[in-house]
Design a protein around this ligand. Structure first.
Ligand code: MEV
Length: 310
């Protein structure tokens, strides 16, 4: 056992393919390395296991219901690594906003698994990392497809199909992404359930939307590789319209997409589960990105992030 265990991860953003990925279509997600999470484990000798985070500070046994997935994952890791007689301080430092479609629960799960394996100096491959992270994600259930955890564990853009670990894909794009937080907590679980109901009520129309999102995702992959920024922008906006048809957007997301398009964006869409959470827009230069970020804030966005795409 080391004197300190460290695990890192980062936010992710779904470029395209949210919701349709749940039904077998591909999705593309991008890591946001600048929006980071770190878990640190330090030994204690007094018989306590303490958690320190912005949401909770106290004994592991007192974790609130909302963090039940984290508690279950920690117990799984302790059992797996034979650490039942060990005590520690575990600190979670996160730049990620919770419930905004940036994968905060998955980022915590990935950083936790990495920190425990680092602490116990055990090798960890990607498959085991994702299998363990799924213990938390299955309870918190923000990403039934596993897309969030797969991207939080990846340092490259990822082509993801449900049930697989994901394949890194090349990206040659001279563009900047402006991400904006609506300030409203996203409701992924409700949105995923709404799509499920829609499929039962209007199967033909809903399947057509999901198929179209799959097609747009394939087109986006080729635009990413060929640096076709304007084309990618149109694909992203078309995907937002399909997500509107699936009833997973809301007024604020639609308004910010409109503001982005009126302020020079080549395309814009919601990202993640929808019904709150974040949207993003694509522009060519960082000067345009700064202008757009200011316009989004004036229109009521809570916060913006700029992510150059290279
Ligand atoms: C949530 O980040 C993405 C969704 O597609 C759900 C999932 O993939 O499990 C809405």
């Amino acid at each position: 056992m080391k004197s300190k265990g460290i695990g890192k991860s980062h936010a992710k953003i779904i470029l395209i393919g949210e919701h349709s990925v749940v039904y077998g279509q591909p999705a593309i997600a991008l890591p946001l390395p600048n929006v980071a999470e770190k878990v640190t484990i330090l030994p204690r000798t007094d018989g306590h296991r303490l958690i320190h985070s912005s949401y909770f500070d106290g004994d592991l046994n007192g974790l609130p219901d909302k963090m039940h997935g984290v508690a279950k994952l920690i117990q799984t890791l302790v059992d797996h690594l034979d650490g039942n007689r060990d005590y520690w301080d575990l600190t979670i430092d996160s730049d990620l906003p919770a419930e905004r479609g940036m994968g905060s629960s998955a980022a915590t799960a990935i950083a936790l698994v990495r920190a425990f394996f680092d602490y116990y100096q055990k090798p960890l491959d990607r498959q085991l990392l994702l299998r363990l992270a799924a213990v938390e994600e299955e309870i918190t259930h923000r990403s039934p497809s596993g897309l969030d955890a797969a991207t939080a564990a990846s340092s490259s853009p990822l082509w993801f199909v449900r049930g697989k670990v994901g394949t890194p894909i090349p990206m040659h794009l001279q563009a900047t992404m402006v991400i904006a937080d609506t300030g409203i907590a996203g409701a992924t679980r409700e949105a995923v359930t709404a799509v499920h109901h829609l499929l039962e009520e209007s199967p033909t129309k809903t399947h057509a939307c999901l198929d179209q999102l799959g097609l747009l995702t394939r087109q986006a992959q080729s635009a990413l590789q060929l640096n076709e920024v304007a084309k990618l922008g149109k694909i992203l906006l078309a995907a937002h319209h399909e997500l509107q048809r699936l009833q997973v957007s809301d007024q604020k997301l639609d308004q910010l997409v409109e503001v982005a398009m009126a302020n020079g964006a080549l395309g814009a869409k919601l990202t993640g589960g929808g019904r709150g959470g974040c949207m993003f827009a694509l522009v060519k230069t960082s000067a345009q990105a700064r202008h757009l970020a200011a316009a989004l804030i004036s229109a009521g966005a809570r916060k913006t992030w700029l992510q150059p795409l290279r």
